[in-house]
Design a protein around this ligand. Sequence first.
Ligand code: UT7
Length: 321
Amino acid sequence: MIHAKITGTGSYLPGAPVTNNDLIRRGINTSDEWIITRTGIRSRHFAAPDETTSALALVAARRAIESAGCSADDIDLIIVATSTPDFIFPSTATLVQAGLGIHNGGAAFDVQAVCCGFVYGLTVAEKFIRSGSHKRALVIGAEVFSRILDWDDRSTCVLFGDGAGAIILEAANQPGIRATALHADGHQHKLLWVPGNVSGGKVTGDPFLRMDGQAVFKFAVKVLGDVAQEVTDSAGVPHDSIDWLIPHQANIRIIQSTAKRLKLPSEKIVLTVDSHGNTSAASVPLALDCAVRDGRVRPGQRIVVEGVGGGFTWGAALFDF
Ligand code: UT7
């Protein structure tokens, strides 16, 4: 039986941290106290005007490849999860393939599941590898959400940041990924969306992120608890065998409520929302890589990653690292 195992991680945050007080100095009508108490966010990073999603993704990818000890040409599948691609087409994944100098004709495509995009990408890659069709995947979550924020809407613009996280997923004899679950409910897409498009050479509709924060909050707490339970049940492992929960980093209060529902102590949660903000599809792989590099996440440990985002989409994966 072929399993799929994570063998390398990497990430990248552009520029210097931008604190809540920096946002106030830029003219946003908010306070450090409001942002910290309502969200847990203290700072975030923003890409430079000429820095694209593929540029962030490439740095994270190179770091993941180095940590896996493979060469770029060994990668036969690239999946980039993003809602802020460089172009309408081609996919950001093909730009990453070219940037890495890969000429092996492997598959490369994007997935669009907003803040749950990395969990979707990881799950798709796992299925490719377990089928035997592909041997080594590069899965990336990368975003420049700063480009789709309305700086006159203080209820959203303080929440998000830019960044990229990546993993290498390889065929292995031992697990690896033990369970995954993906879900969507398109009936609620208007609660979190960017309701614009390009047509006839012009933006039609609204090109900025719009969110009903309280409705998203309630939905996120429910589904993140449910889906973590679902993968734990489907892997047939007890809660207390989980070493780390790495949830989507949107709001510390959502994360704490999820941990409480799962009866997981706070020492088992990887938190980066304070210094990254919500980086959408990049948030989970960024948090994973931070925890690997600072020595919290170690080989052999059992991890649950989970996400929820616009669509709505939500999902989780349970794996032995
Ligand atoms: O990644 C996808 C998932 N996204 C999320 O998970 C986000 C989920 N939602 C949330 O995290 C929270 O709902 C928010 C952080 C967005 C908002 O927190 P809240 O506790 O739900 O606040 P609220 O929307 O109820 O707003 C409360 C007050 C309002 O003032 P009044 O009407 O009570 O006087 C807002 O005008 O806070 C005000 N407010 C702000 N004040 C200072 C809203 N944004 C700000 C701000 N600074 N930036």
